[in-house]
Write a protein that binds this ligand. Structure first.
Ligand code: ZN
Length: 254
């Protein structure tokens, strides 16, 4: 069994309290609500961007369709004007009949084209409205994202400042402690997340296992500088002297 001054063992519990606090800070840093909100916002933004792409594609398709329709109407009008000019210039009777018939057909054709054009214009307006709505949503999302990022950065900076001050405090606490004790503590902490615990109320403060009467008697009989380990969880079991007030220890033994 290794040994380390009891005072070092008791102080190790203070180091552990700082390590637990540091672990809590790291957990808080990882699970900030802003992280989840930003991820959710990013998913939403992707969906809105997809909608914007669809709407913009529809707008450009419909604009092309409208231009083609305008051109068709223009050609029909021109042909009708030519026919009328020829009629006014005095076409022969046979030609005049053909021209009149053509003009009637052209008027019908123009009416049909204008109906199509109206439909295209309506759909274009709709697509433009959808694109504008998506753009407005994206602008709102960008503002919300900036807010969330600012809040996240502030929270992270605050946590990091606390973590730095904790680390400095820990360095002071750990300084001068028995090197073998600290090495054992670090090894246990790395493998179990917790290196040491106080023996409190006859139980291990880490795994809460109550020591048997025989085991408790054996542990108590060990010299003060013996480094006792919990039989159940193997952690360093610190026998805090009465009145020492170990962190996290609810009270002295039986
Ligand atoms: Zn234990």
């Amino acid at each position: 069994m290794s040994t380390a001054p009891l005072a070092d063992q008791v102080q190790l519990l203070a180091v552990q309290a700082l390590d637990v606090r540091a672990g809590q800070l790291a957990h808080r840093r990882r699970t900030l609500p802003e992280h989840a909100a930003l991820a959710e916002l990013a998913t939403r933004e992707r969906a809105v961007r997809d909608r914007l792409t669809v709407a913009r594609t529809a707008v450009s398709d419909l604009e092309r369709e409208l231009a083609a329709s305008d051109e068709a109407v223009r050609q029909v009008r021109e042909r009708a004007e030519r026919n009328r000019a020829r009629l006014e210039a005095g076409a022969g009777a046979r030609d005049a009949t053909a021209l009149e018939r053509d003009l009637t057909a052209l008027a019908r054709r123009q009416g049909e084209l204008e109906e199509v054009e109206l439909d295209v214009m309506e759909r274009l307006e709709q697509a433009q409205g959808q694109a504008a709505a998506a753009e407005a949503e994206l602008a709102g999302d960008a503002a919300r994202r900036a807010e969330l990022e600012t809040a996240r950065d502030a929270a992270v900076a605050e946590i990091d400042a606390q973590a730095r001050s904790l680390a400095q405090g820990r360095q002071r606490q750990v300084q001068g402690l028995d090197a073998g004790l600290v090495a054992l503590y670090e090894r246990l902490r790395a493998s179990t997340g917790l290196g040491a615990a106080a023996l409190a109320g006859g139980a291990c403060g880490a795994c809460r296992t109550v020591l048997s009467v025989t085991e408790l008697a054996r542990v108590r009989a060990e010299p003060p500088d013996a480094v006792v380990r919990c039989e159940e969880c193997e952690r360093i079991l610190v026998r805090v002297p009465e009145g020492a007030g170990a962190p996290g220890a609810p009270g002295g033994g039986a």
